[in-house]
Design a protein around this ligand. Structure first.
Ligand SMILES: [Zn+2]
Length: 82
């Protein structure tokens, strides 16, 4: 019985240009204020506290979504519910 934490959270982060934002998924329960991390889709991202507008405007990263969905379906089929 492993209790490996497989949490993730979403955070809008700016692209390198700083003009475009995307909502990427990151490992962990929630953002702890760090200034950079690697997203689930493998991109090094600079992190900053997003405004409500950032949340609203940033499109969700499709690569992160696919990765997380694949992990979820894999975990369900191998372990299952009680
Ligand atoms: Zn991503």
């Amino acid at each position: 019985m492993e209790t490996t934490e497989r949490w993730h959270y979403w955070l809008p982060v700016p692209e390198r240009t700083g003009f475009k934002w995307h909502r990427h998924a990151f490992r962990g329960r929630n953002w702890d204020g760090r200034s950079a991390d690697t997203s689930v889709c493998g991109r090094p991202c600079a992190m900053a506290k997003p405004s409500e507008l950032d949340w609203f405007q940033a499109p969700t990263c499709p690569d992160c979504t696919e990765t997380l969905l694949a992990e979820l379906s894999g975990a369900e089929s191998s372990e299952g519910e009680q």
